[in-house]
Every structure is written in structure tokens, then in C-alpha cells.
Design a protein around this ligand. Sequence first.
Ligand SMILES: C[S@@+](CC[C@H](N)C(=O)[O-])C[C@H]1O[C@@H](n2cnc3c(N)ncnc32)[C@H](O)[C@@H]1O
Length: 283
Amino acid sequence: MSEGAEGYTESFGMQWLRHSRTQLDSFTGLKLSEERLFATTGWPRDMRGQRILEAGCGAGRFTEILCKTGAAVTAFDASVAVEANRRNNGHYQNLALLRADILNPPFAEGSFEKVLCLGVLQHTPDPEASFHSLVRFVKPGGEIVADVYRKSLTALMCWKYLLRPVTRRLPPQLLYNVISASAPVLVPITAALRRLGGPALARLSPMVEYSRFGLASEVNFDWAVLDTFDMYSPRYDRPQSVPGAKKWLERAGLEGEVFPGGNGVIIRARIPESEARCRREAS
Ligand SMILES: C[S@@+](CC[C@H](N)C(=O)[O-])C[C@H]1O[C@@H](n2cnc3c(N)ncnc32)[C@H](O)[C@@H]1O
């Protein structure tokens, strides 16, 4: 793995080892990960007989759901998060987990019917190059689904992009301590702002919280600390517009759909069967 990816994902390793179970449906008792995965991909719940690659799997909130579909799942991450994922999902016989860089993972081209990449591309130095790298591993006739933060005026006018020039340079442990120490005050204030004025008022707080999803209050507290750290700590945060992501498909010669979703821009593309011939000729 390139030293670069190992270095710039250090904060992710730290957050996923500390909050290894926080976002797992099997921990919250809710279906937040399951619903997001199937709404984003449109994939069926039974995928026995298919091979699925999950890029940037983190602690495995989506790995867990993929494993339950019966597919043969391969999940990788550049950071030590794979150890958290192994603790969470290592008991699934249909799962292979490894540490690798999205730009250079050790797979043969065209080996997966489906490739999934959620919440990752914006955190790589070149999101388009990362997307194109993953396309290589989809079998002709197969499908890739990814999401990436959305670039829009409202998305950019928030505390995150104002504070990140400083916070992303802080030692991760220091930043984590500051966020944890602020949470007992800021989580209730943020929730109250949302109740009073919806998302617009909640944006006045530099913290995020998810009590509206029905999380138990200790889980909401943990999730708030985790996601706030996840906003301010990553070395890279490169959101994309819908037209920009459409250009990725054009440049890759792919047909598909690009549309705004709950977690940013969703990209779904199918690799044409004719690609098999092109790849054979190129090799
Ligand atoms: C915000 S987390 C999302 C994790 C998981 N997909 C989820 O939604 O819970 C982003 C993940 O991408 C991983 N990542 C970032 N750059 C990567 C790269 N070049 N190769 C592989 N993984 C990478 C990070 O280590 C981190 O675990």
C-alpha cells in the first residue's frame, strides 16, 4: 500500500477503532445502514452467487449488510479500520477483509459483479482518479455504485469548511479530546436548535447529532462525537457537483445515473458487456 494513503487515513483508523460498533445496525437496533445501502444502490437483498467489492469499508456498517445478502464480499480499507471491521464481521464465512489503497488494490481486473464505495471518494486526494481506479475491477455487465459529498453553496456555507483549514492540521488526539469535551454542551443545544428551526437552525452549531433518527441517547452522543470528528479531521474533503460527477462517467465512457441523495451525489454505472472485448484487446 502507498505510504500516502496509510498516512492520510490515520485519523480514520483512530475513529473506527474507538467507535467500532457505533454505526452498526446490529448495535443500534435500527436499520439506518441497511436502508441507506439499499436506497443508494437499488440492489436486491439476496445476492447469493455474486462477488461484491467494498472500497473504504471503515468499521463495517455496510460490510455487515452486504454479508447478510449471501454474496461473496471482499472489503478493504487503507487504515487500521479493517481491524475494527474484522472484530465486527470476521465471523462471516463469505467475507474477505484486507488493508489496501483504492488506487492500487491487489485484485485482478473485472473480478467483481458489483463494486460499492460509500463515504470515501471525497476523502481521497483525487476523487475522480479513485472512482476510475475502482471501475477497473467491475466485471463487464457488472455495476459500480458510489457516493461523494455534494458541492453546493449551502453545503459549503457551514462550520466544517470554515474550521477545517485549522482542524485538519491538529493532532487527531487533541481534536478528538476537544470534540468529546464539547459534546455534553453542544449535543443538546444542536438538538434543541433543530427542534426549533429545523436543519437551517441546527447548522448554527459546529456539532452534528442524530437524535431525530431515534437513536438511544448514549448512542446518539457517541455518534455525534464520531461524525463531528469525521467532519473536521480528514486530510481531504473534496465535494463534487452533480454535473462534475456526470463528467467522470463521460470520461470513463460509462453510462449510468448521477443524482443527489441523502448523503451527497450518488453515482450508479454499469460496465458494458463490450468492455470485455476492449479489455482483452488492450492487454
Ligand atoms: C468516512 S469513512 C467511511 C467508511 C465506511 N464506508 C462507512 O461509510 O462507514 C472513509 C473511509 O475511507 C477510507 N479511505 C480513505 N482513503 C482511502 C484509500 N485511498 N484507500 C482505501 N480506503 C481509503 C478511510 O480509511 C475510511 O475508513
